[in-house]
Ligand binder design. Structure first.
Ligand SMILES: CC(C)(COP(=O)(O)OP(=O)(O)OC[C@H]1O[C@@H](n2cnc3c(N)ncnc32)[C@H](O)[C@@H]1OP(=O)(O)O)[C@@H](O)C(=O)NCCC(=O)NCCS
Length: 321
């Protein structure tokens, strides 16, 4: 029997980014049985674009200095999630992921985060079993949607409502809006704060932030990752997080934000992609009323097993990939 690998875990180095990106595609592409695993997710960038962000910590697993796996930890205020977690296929089932998870949980605990989470494959007993070992518990399914929205070129928001796009060029004048986003998420889940995520997208110029209003009242926002070097790549507008105010009129606000996202994706001639948890029942029913069909399902696991923003009255779209 070959000896167990001597794995050391430490911070991922900048110079290891190309190899980490290769491992990401190889690991997921192999698990999913793609004929050419290296083509997994095409030109989409879920590694370098995250590692560059201040609110993301990257952990590397190495054997004799060679990168064999890594994990990315994202912190949104009081909430954290990890992924993509990848191990080179020739090292599978040798305990490498567990070394990374020990360090991951220790880092989250050190940051004193009350709740952390991940998104995984519900059909894989290995994945679900691995994460339960570290205190994560499977919760509800998250449906992944991807479609080509058809919105006329002259689409306009309803009278009395408006949509504002924040781009890299304009964001310095929009700090007040970032504060609005922080207050909105804070109301949905105390301490939840996406402003670093927003700033990272704007600084890297890898998408736009869409804000919706009823008259002058802020209704909601979407983080739309699209274009070269983004999590959506050249062909997709991936909504990493989108939310509207709850309470009376929330269904209408949710539909209006989705209309704005569809119009944005249509204007760029790209597919719109997002995840929606069945736990957010009211928001999910809005998607059903639009007759949207999911592509596939994933599952959220949280530590501790508490709802957070995955609950019936939270109008959130987010898959934590
Ligand atoms: C998923 C992945 C990260 C796991 O990495 P790994 O290094 O092979 O995992 P480890 O060897 O550290 O841990 C395997 C553990 O899974 C658990 N496991 C495996 N099969 C299981 C089963 N049938 N039922 C329950 N638990 C199971 C066990 O706890 C096992 O450890 P143990 O045998 O020591 O108890 C790796 O396979 C990978 O990169 N896959 C492709 C990308 C991916 O899917 N990433 C995760 C997305 S959420």
């Amino acid at each position: 029997m070959p000896p167990a690998p001597q794995i050391k875990v430490g911070p991922l180095k900048k110079g290891e980014l190309p190899e980490a990106d290769r491992l990401f595609r190889l690991a997921f592409g192999t698990f999913l049985g793609l004929p050419d695993p290296a083509t997994f997710m095409g030109d989409r960038d879920l590694v370098a674009s995250r590692v560059r962000a201040k609110h993301v910590q990257a952990l590397a697993a190495r054997e004799h200095g060679r990168l064999v796996g890594f994990n990315l930890l994202t912190i949104w205020g009081s909430f954290g999630f990890f992924g993509p977690l990848c191990v080179s296929p020739e090292y599978w089932d040798k305990g490498v992921a567990q070394k990374l998870l020990e360090a991951t949980v220790a880092a989250f605990d050190q940051a004193k985060l009350p709740r952390t989470a991940l998104y995984t494959f519900p059909h894989s007993a290995k994945h679900v079993g691995l994460y339960t070992k570290y205190g994560y518990w499977p919760q509800q399914l998250t449906a992944l949607f991807r479609y080509a929205p058809v919105k006329p070129r002259d689409w306009q928001p309803e009278p009395g409502t408006s949509v504002l796009h924040i781009t890299k060029r304009w964001h310095r004048t929009h700090d007040d809006h970032l504060e609005d986003c922080r207050k909105l998420t804070q109301r949905i889940d105390p301490g939840l704060d996406l402003t670093q995520e927003i700033r990272s997208l704007l600084n890297q110029d890898i998408g736009e932030i869409l804000l919706t209003f009823t008259r002058k009242t802020f209704d909601g926002f979407a983080i739309a990752c699209t274009g070269k070097g983004s999590e959506g790549g050249a062909g997709v507008c991936y909504l990493k997080f989108a939310a509207v105010r709850g309470g009376s009129g929330a269904d209408e606000r949710f539909h209006r934000l989705l209309d704005a996202c569809e119009a944005f994706a249509a204007s760029r001639n790209v597919l719109l992609e997002f995840g929606a948890s069945f736990a957010c029942e009211k928001a999910y029913r809005c998607l059903l009323s639009r007759r949207l069909r999911p592509l596939t399902h994933g599952i959220t696991m949280q530590r501790p097993h508490a709802p957070g923003f995955y609950r019936r009255d939270a109008y959130v779209r987010c898959d934590l990939r």
